[in-house]
Structures are given as structure tokens and as C-alpha cells.
Design a protein around this ligand. Structure first.
Ligand code: TNX
Length: 532
């Protein structure tokens, strides 16, 4: 016999490891969400080994933090030590010189994986891609037996939009700091980079303001349904900001005004318009007529509100005390908030006279500018004169988005029919509203921000944000049911180009993502559109 059995066995083993890469480990078959700009797969595999280690090339705390994140993610399931250092390693994170961008590359060969970027944020996104390129078992928090293989290849990736956001409404139901952090973790894994916190509404005021303490003492007491509310102390808020920043996520705080302000109006009588009398209060009536002078001097505090109807409250836009108040709040928020934006709300102010509304929005933008920040507001603010740089968040009316564009301002895309995570999936969904639409997973996925609204093009758009309103949502499990899998679809809409997006392909990838969510204990909605 010319060839021994051994030779045959060695040849067979060689061909499996270097040529016939099983489909399950091919890099272009991995369930990477959002889909990268380009993936090219080649022969062979990289395998994580007990001796694997992370090598950092470059300087800075951000770089070490990304290295440690990766190590912390890989250690539990593999049981490997995975040291992090500047010494030679087979998992390389390299900060390269060049103007900082979120772009990254990954080069996977049989002996090493190398991620390069000009920024630590880019390396963080590369790391998230690498994790999704590994077998789903990597999500386990204790050791499992698996072959930790990744198919060889090259990934090049960069985001389509610079603002990729999610919003949590912590006002209708208060959401604990732990649950906010948990949401931030999920956002990071989907390469989202802005978390908008809706901190005040009719039903609650959720951020401590030291100069106006009754906002939280009174305004934070309750929530929708009458259960106990809550609020973030300034220390809590700073903790959230840091936790988010460690994951390259910027917090955008929102104080919704001049409407949606009942909680503040319950805390401070003087912010109320004088004529806002509770039913049946005749104390300020003279001969059956309301005495407006007395009311203006002695306005009544509003009652705390625990329902879900909106549009009935307004600050007194004609009183100086209102602007003193707004300035104090903005000053304290700005001192705590490193990000560039303050969200000033501005939606559904149905009981504010149009002229008063415009005056208010214009004045509040100036206050935000005075403290060095840029305003974002719901699309209605575009009916006022927008300051340069102010961003209009499109949720309802295309004509408002157009008004913003005509003024030379950018638009943040959150069309309620596609991007609202509080909309029901269908009529059987156990939670959610449906005033805008029923939104199944394919509806969240199959739209293009750059063509969605007539006349609004890619260059007019700052980015995409997925808001989660919490009228019907009370805890982590509710959040997970509404946000997942749709947040993954919207993250791909925000990150990946429309040419790269494909529903049939996404369906396969999100099914793999579902396995990860199962391991993470995330109670996502099992959309019937996907073969989970
Ligand atoms: C409309 S979206 C609102 C919110 C509600 C939401 C419920 C927007 C700017 N205003 O106050 O929570 O609908 O889907």
C-alpha cells in the first residue's frame, strides 16, 4: 500500500480544518446584527484556545476598557484565562492613527484575529461583531464545552448614521437604574450610541433638581395606574451616564415642556396658568365669574395624574417664573450631562396657545444655547423658529419635518408607525398601544429613513431613534417583550446601508440572535415571522 491509513487520516483532518469550513462557522453565515458593510470569507478557521490572550496596541483607558470587556465576555463560557496586555497575543485590538471614526476592520486568520480602528468606539463595535461571530454558546455565564471557532475572513464596517438611538420613558412608569443599565448593555451589543431618557411627563418627574426639590418629592411620587413612582437622584443619573459612556453611549435627557408637565404643575402651583382651576373650586370666583387677577397671583397646584390621556397640561408661558424655573432645571441638567444634547420635548401641547407655544420654544432654545448645549425637540418645535443646530425629532407629521429642513435643521427619524417600540405587534399582543400602527418585526425592519418622509433625504437626517413609551410597561420583562426583537431590526436600519439590508437574511440572523437572548434570559417576543 502506497499511502498508510495515517497519512489518509492526517490529510482528511487537514482538509476539514483549512478548507471545508463548516457552514456554521463561516464568517458570512454568522448572525451578525447589524449587518456589516462587507464580509469576505476565506478558507480556514481561527480557534480560541486555553492559551489565547488579548494584545492591546495603542494607548489610553478606553482601549484597556475595550480589551477588558472582551476578556470578561470570553472568560465565563470558555473557562479560559484570556489575559489582557501589551504583549503578543492572538486577539489583537489596535488603535491606528487617523481621524477618529466609528469605522473598524476585523481580519481573521488561522493564527490570529485583529481588530483595527482609529477610535476606541470603533474597536468596541469590532469587539461586538467578534462576539457575534463566535458560537452562540459564548453567551453562557458558566463554562460550556464548545469549539470556539470563527471562519477566516475580513470584515469592514462603518455606520450609516452617526446618531443611533433608543429612548426609555421612565416617567409613565419609573424604571430602575438596574433595568436602565441592562437596556444599555443590549444597546451596546447592537452598536446603538444614544440613550434618550424621557425624564418628565404628566405622570411623573424623575430627576432630582436641587433648586426645585418638590419636583421629585411630590411630582415623583406616583406613576400610571397609581402605583408608587420614583426618581433618579443626581448621583443615580451620574452613575447611568458613566455606565453608558463606558459603552460609548451618550445620554440625552428630556424635560418635556410646555405640555406634558402635570407632575411639575402638581409640585409647584406658581408654574400653572392662572385659570387652571380644579372643577368645582369657586373660591376665586366673584359673582359667578372667574377673577383672573386673583388666579394669576394664587394659581392652584394641579392634582397628581395617573391616567394615560395626554394634551391637557401646560406651563404658564407668559410668566417669568416659568423661565426662571426652566433655566434652573437646564442649568442643573447641563452640569451633570456631558453629551451635546438637551431634549426639550415640545410635543402635544394642545392647551398652549399657538403664539405662546412658539414664544416658549424659541426662548427655551436660547436657554439651552446659553449653557452650551444643542436642543432636540419633538417635530412640533419646527413650527417655531429653530436655532441653528436644533434637531427636530420626527414622530408624527411630515410637514413639521419639512419645516425643520426648510430652516436648515436636521431631523432625527422616529416615525411612530415604524420606530415606536410601544406599539403592539398585532391585536393579540399582551402589552402596548396601537394608535399609530401594529408593528410586526418586518415592519420595524422594512423601511428606509432616507426615503420614508417625502422630501426628507439622507443628508437631512441625523439618525434614527427607537422610543419605548411605558404607559403599559411596568418592568424588565415587559420592556424585553416590546423591545426585542424589534430593537435589533431598528439598530440595523440605523447602522447598515439600505443596500446591505435584506429581510430574508435578517430573519436568519435574528433567529441566531434569539438563541443568544435565550441564554441571556431575555424574554423577547417570538415573532411568528421568524423560524426561531
Ligand atoms: C405620543 S410621541 C406621545 C407620547 C405617548 C406616545 C404613546 C410623542 C412625542 N408623544 O406622549 O407616550 O404617543 O405611544
Amino acid at each position: 500500500m502506497k499511502y498508510s491509513l495515517w497519512t489518509f487520516a492526517v490529510l482528511a483532518a487537514f482538509s476539514i480544518s483549512s478548507c471545508q469550513v463548516p457552514n456554521s462557522v463561516k464568517i458570512d453565515e454568522a448572525g451578525i446584527i447589524p449587518i456589516p458593510t462587507s464580509i469576505s470569507s476565506s478558507a480556514g478557521v481561527f480557534e480560541l484556545a486555553p492559551t489565547s490572550s488579548i494584545q492591546l496596541i495603542g494607548e489610553g483607558d478606553d482601549l484597556s476598557r475595550v480589551g477588558n470587556f472582551l476578556a470578561d465576555k470570553l472568560r465565563p463560557a470558555t473557562g479560559f484565562e484570556i489575559p489582557v496586555s501589551n504583549e503578543n497575543g492572538d486577539l489583537i485590538l489596535e488603535l491606528v492613527s487617523g481621524s477618529a471614526s466609528e469605522k473598524y476592520n476585523i481580519n481573521i486568520s488561522s493564527d490570529q484575529v485583529k481588530i483595527t480602528s482609529t477610535s476606541a468606539a470603533g474597536l468596541y463595535y469590532g469587539m461586538q461583531t467578534l462576539i457575534k461571530a463566535l458560537p452562540v454558546e459564548i453567551e453562557n455565564t458558566s463554562k460550556v464545552d464548545a469549539e470556539w471557532m470563527i471562519g477566516n475572513g475580513i470584515i469592514e464596517d462603518q455606520p450609516e448614521f452617526s446618531y443611533r438611538g433608543a429612548m426609555l420613558d421612565v416617567a409613565r412608569h419609573f424604571i430602575s437604574i438596574e433595568d436602565v443599565k441592562h437596556y444599555i448593555d443590549q444597546m451596546g451589543s447592537l452598536k446603538l450610541n444614544y440613550l434618550h431618557l424621557h425624564l418628565s411627563d404628566d405622570q411623573g418627574w424623575r430627576i432630582e433638581i436641587k433648586s426645585w426639590p418638590k419636583l421629585t418629592e411630590i411630582g415623583g411620587k406616583t406613576e400610571v395606574g397609581g402605583t408608587e413612582g420614583g426618581f433618579f437622584t443626581q448621583e443615580d443619573y451620574k452613575e447611568i451616564i458613566q455606565y453608558a459612556a463606558d459603552r460609548f453611549i451618550t445620554i440625552v435627557p428630556e424635560i418635556d415642556m410646555p405640555g406634558h408637565t402635570n407632575a411639575a404643575l402638581a409640585a409647584y402651583a406658581e408654574l400653572n396658568p392662572g385659570v387652571n382651576l380644579p372643577d368645582g373650586d369657586f373660591a376665586t370666583m366673584t359673582e359667578g365669574k372667574i377673577d383672573f387677577d386673583i388666579l394669576d397671583k394664587n394659581p392652584q397646584p394641579a392634582e397628581l395624574y395617573t391616567g394615560i390621556e395626554v394634551g391637557f397640561s401646560t406651563f404658564a408661558t407668559n410668566k417669568e417664573i416659568t423661565y426662571t424655573f426652566v433655566e434652573d432645571v437646564i442649568k442643573e441638567l447641563v452640569a451633570l450631562t456631558p453629551g451635546p444634547y438637551i431634549h426639550i420635548g415640545g410635543d402635544e401641547s394642545h392647551v398652549t396657545e399657538k403664539d405662546d407655544y412658539i414664544y416658549f420654544v424659541e426662548r427655551v432654545q436660547e436657554i439651552v444655547i446659553k449653557y452650551g448645549k444643542t436642543s432636540i425637540g419633538w417635530d412640533e418645535i419646527a413650527t417655531a423658529k429653530l436655532a441653528p443646530g436644533t434637531v427636530a425629532q420626527f414622530w408624527a407629521l411630515e410637514e413639521n419635518a419639512k419645516l425643520a429642513k426648510e430652516q436648515g435643521n436636521q431631523i432625527l427619524m422616529s416615525p411612530a408607525k415604524r420606530a415606536y417600540l410601544d406599539m403592539q405587534y398585532d391585536s393579540t399582543s399582551r402589552l402596548g398601544l396601537h394608535w399609530a400602527a401594529y408593528i410586526e418585526l418586518d415592519d420595524s425592519y422594512n423601511w428606509d429613513p432616507a426615503t420614508y418622509a417625502d422630501g426628507i433625504n439622507k443628508s437631512d437626517i441625523l439618525g434614527v431613534e427607537a422610543p419605548l413609551w411605558t404607559e403599559t410597561i411596568t418592568n424588565r420583562s415587559d420592556i424585553e417583550y416590546m423591545a426585542f426583537p424589534r430593537l435589533a431590526a431598528l439598530a440595523e436600519v440605523a447602522w447598515s446601508s439600505s443596500e446591505r439590508r435584506n429581510w430574508d437574511d435578517f430573519k436568519k440572523r435574528v433567529a441566531l440572535q434569539g438563541k443568544r437572548w435565550d441564554i441571556n434570559g431575555i424574554e423577547f417576543y417570538r415573532s411568528p415571522k421568524v423560524d426561531w
